[in-house]
Design a protein around this ligand. Structure first.
Ligand code: ATP
Ligand code: MG
Length: 369
């Protein structure tokens, strides 16, 4: 089986690695390339934005180009938010500023704290501006091609990753907890039972979108949790950074799942086990110190070094959450990681103490019987 992936970044590379294991030949296509895949190759993407040029135009007319409708709807925040409203899937309240809209008008509509996000092209918090009612300024020129969105004071940021095939069969990974700093994902934690009480709600939200768009492949939905309610932050029609832990904590990782879905191969529920933690290596140089810990699964993308750029990631998994704490603490990371590492350690400690309490319950029960 042959799959071609538009985009030649780390996600494409990891799709290729997954393909090698299951006998699917994955070819990566640079957006400036001129290689046109054969007609029986399935064409999928690892990014939702690409330059418009004769090559990308031709590629989108390939007989096996997937997800026309989904990519067009989800690659633009205005269309994405409109779709969510139409489907009745909860999302942060939003508004598209007009050419004469003023900042105070946006505060009247959306509250005192607002995110202004470009409709297209933003990633890792780029293409965004935070608006506070305490600092009133003229809106930037690009505001008319942007959404203004109420800042949500969430309890947690989580994400759900699922896959759907052409027959409408779907499968999902358990919710992942994510820690962002300055709009960039730093660390993800996945535990099999921790967020089980929200799982059905999240699956319903994601399956509503995948079904409406007749989507084929892996889709990721970033969510804010407020109390027991979830609301969508944004959706990515592709494999996602917050699903990298599946490389260590699931029998079928998200990359393999995407290939299975697009190639019409079996799509069983993946087995997910223990506690998994993923740490993004942002703006770092390659360092053999990453290879010291036997428990760390290291992924290096081999990209040109740039400050802040996602250069690689490290995955951990253990049946006993607490055992990951010292491993995280020993990672050679800059001090800017301290809050994110502390955030993860708090979750791991918390789950360990809850587990200890639960393991004591049968003994306590026996005493009182
Ligand atoms: P990426 O593509 O890397 O996921 P992005 O640039 O598309 O990021 P968002 O996901 O929209 O940007 O925002 C990045 C982060 O900023 C979020 O994960 C969240 O931490 C914060 N954020 C964005 N919108 C809101 C909001 N409405 N309320 C509160 N926090 C927000
Ligand atoms: Mg995001």
């Amino acid at each position: 089986m042959m799959v071609a992936v538009l985009g030649n970044g780390q996600l494409g590379k990891m799709l290729q690695q997954a393909g090698q294991r299951i006998g699917v030949d994955v070819q990566m296509l640079d957006v400036l390339s001129d290689r046109y895949p054969g007609n029986d190759t399935i064409v999928t993407v690892e990014r939702e934005h690409w330059p418009v040029n004769p090559y990308t135009d031709a590629l989108q007319r390939h007989p096996n180009w997937l997800n026309h409708e989904a990519l067009s709807n989800l690659s633009n925040r205005i269309r994405q938010k409109t779709l969510l409203d139409e489907l009745g899937v909860a999302t942060a309240p939003w508004h598209v500023p007009g050419s004469r809209t003023t900042q105070p008008e946006l505060h009247d509509l959306l509250g005192s704290d607002i995110f202004l996000k470009r409709a297209e092209g933003g990633y890792d918090g780029r293409g965004q501006k935070r608006l506070s009612h305490l600092t009133i300024e003229p809106l930037p020129e690009w505001a008319t091609d942007a959404i203004a969105e109420r800042a949500i004071h969430f309890d947690r940021e989580v994400s759900i990753i699922g896959a759907r095939n052409r027959q409408g069969q779907m499968c999902f990974y358990g919710l992942t907890e994510n820690c962002h700093q300055n709009g960039v994902l730093m660390v993800s934690v996945h535990q099999t039972d921790r967020l089980a009480y929200l799982q059905e709600q999240a699956e319903t939200m994601l399956s509503t979108v995948m079904t409406a768009l007749q989507y084929v492949g892996v889709m990721a939905m970033e969510l804010f949790q407020v109390g027991d309610q979830l609301m969508v932050n944004e959706i990515a029609p592709r494999v996602h950074n917050s699903g990298h832990w599946t490389q260590i904590g699931a029998s079928i990782n998200q990359f393999e799942m995407h290939l299975r879905a697009v190639c019409d191969l079996p799509l069983p529920e993946p087995h997910q086990f223990g506690t998994s933690v993923m740490v993004n290596l942002l703006g770092m140089e390659w360092n053999p110190a990453w290879l010291v810990q036997g428990a760390a699964q290291f992924h290096w993308y081999g990209k040109l070094h740039k400050p802040g750029r996602k250069m690689g990631h490290v995955n951990f998994n253990h049946a006993d959450a607490k055992r990951i704490v010292p491993l995280l603490e020993q990672l050679p990371l800059p001090t800017s990681y301290q809050p994110a590492i502390q955030w993860a350690c708090d979750i791991l400690d918390d789950s360990a103490s809850r587990k200890n309490l639960f393991s004591l319950l049968p003994a306590i029960d026996r005493i009182f019987r």
